[in-house]
Design a binder for this molecule. Sequence first.
Ligand code: AMP
Ligand code: GLY
Length: 436
Amino acid sequence: MKVLVIGPGGREHAIVRSLLADPNVSAVHAAPGNAGISQLVPVHAIDASDPDAVAALAARLAVDLVVVGPEAPLAAGVSDAVRAAGIPVFGPSKAAAQLEASKAFAKEVMAEAGVPTAMARVASNADEAADALDTFGAPYVVKDDGLAAGKGVVVTKDRDEALAHAQTCFDAGGTVVIEEFLDGPEVSVFVLCDGVNTVALSPAQDFKRIFDNDEGPNTGGMGAYTPLEWVPEGLVQEVIDRVAQPTIAQMAHRGTPFVGVLFVGLALTSRGTRVIEFNVRFGDPETQAVLARLKTPLGGLLLAAAKGELDTAEPLRWSPDTAVAVVVAAENYPGTPRTGDRIRGLKKAEALQDVHVIHAGTGLDDDGKVISAGGRVLAVVALGSDLVEARERAYDGVELVQLDGGQFRTDIGRKAARGEIKVTAPGTAHATKAKA
Ligand code: AMP
Ligand code: GLY
C-alpha cells in the first residue's frame, strides 16, 4: 500500500516513521514535511491546507490512503476533497473537525451525547465574560473559541488577566468559552474511529506549560510519556463507553460521521473523569511517545479506520517498554520563536541506545544543513524498561542536541517516576478534606 501523509510537524514525522515499519506499506510520501521527514521519504511542496492541491497530489501519486495530520487542513476540508476523489482518507471531514475547530460546538455535542465535561458558558462581550467568570469563580479558565494551536487557553487566579484574555479574543472578532476549573492530573487518550467503531491507543501524558513545574504560558506541548502506571484500571474502557462511543454515535446521528482520531483530553478530577477538550487529530508530542511503543502495523490500522473496517482490527500489540518524548523548543517559544539556527548533535543523539529524534519545526539551509524553522523544533524520544530508564535516555539525548537559545523542560515524566501523581477517587475527596 502507498500512503501520503499531510502535515509539516513532529506528529507527521512520527507517523511516517511508523508507516515505514509496516510491512504492508510499500511507499510513503509526505507534503509538505520537514527536514526529518525529507530524510526518510519524498516530500512535495504544496499548501497542506489547500483541499484541491492535496486531492490532486494524492491522485497523481495514486496512493491507497491519505493521512491528514494537523487540525488546520482538516478544518479547511482537505479530507472531504480527498474522499470526493475516491481515495480513502484517515482524518475527519470539515464538518466533523468542528469538534476541535470550535470549542462551543464541542461542548454542544458533549451535552447532546451526555459526555462528562466542565460546566461552561459562551461569552461574546465583556459583560457576559465577567458574569461567567463570577459564576464559576477562581481559578478562571478562558478559552478562545477558535483554533489556537493549544495556546488560546488562559488558566489564572487573576480575574483581570482572565478578562483581558477574553477581551483580546473579542477584539479579534471571536468569542470565548469560560469554564469551571477542573482539578486533577491530565491524560491524553487517542481513539481511532471509523465512523461507527472505536479502538483506543495507550494513554499518554503531555506537559502543556513552557517551564518546569507547570509554570509559564501554555504551549502546544513540551513533552510526553506513556504508558501511565498511575491511571485507574478501567480508564480506557470508561473513555470508550462514556466518551468516544457516545460522541461518534452523536456525530453519525448529526449526519457528520467521525473518521480519524478523536483525541480525548481528560482531567481525572476528584469528582470523576471529565473531558477537558477534544482534538480531531493525533496529539503532538504524545504521538511521538505512543507510536514508539505500538507494535501493530500502523498503515493497516489507519486504512481500516478510513474504510469503516475497524471492527475487523486485531487487538493492538504494544512494546512493554516506557516511552518518553522531550521537546526542544526555540528561544522565545511560545511567543514569536527565533528561527534559522543550525541544529547540531542529532546523529550523536540518535546513536544512543533506544533513542531517536523526531523533527517538528526544522528545515534545510542552502547547504543542506538542518536548521530551526518553528517554535517546537524537535523531540528526543527514548524507550526504556521503565520510566526512570526512558527519562535518562531521553535526557542524555537532549544534552547532545545543540541549538542556540534552545529550551526544554527538565521534568517530563519526573513526578510519575517518583510516584508523586495521585488520582483522588470520586467520592473520597470530601472525606479526605474533612479529615485534614
Ligand atoms: P485546551 O486547549 O482546551 O486543551 O486547554 C489547554 C490546557 O489548559 C489544558 O491541557 C489544561 O491544562 C488547561 N485547561 C483547559 N481547560 C481547563 C479546565 N476547565 N480546568 C483546568 N484546566 C484547564
Ligand atoms: N499535545 C497536545 C496537542 O497536540 O494539542
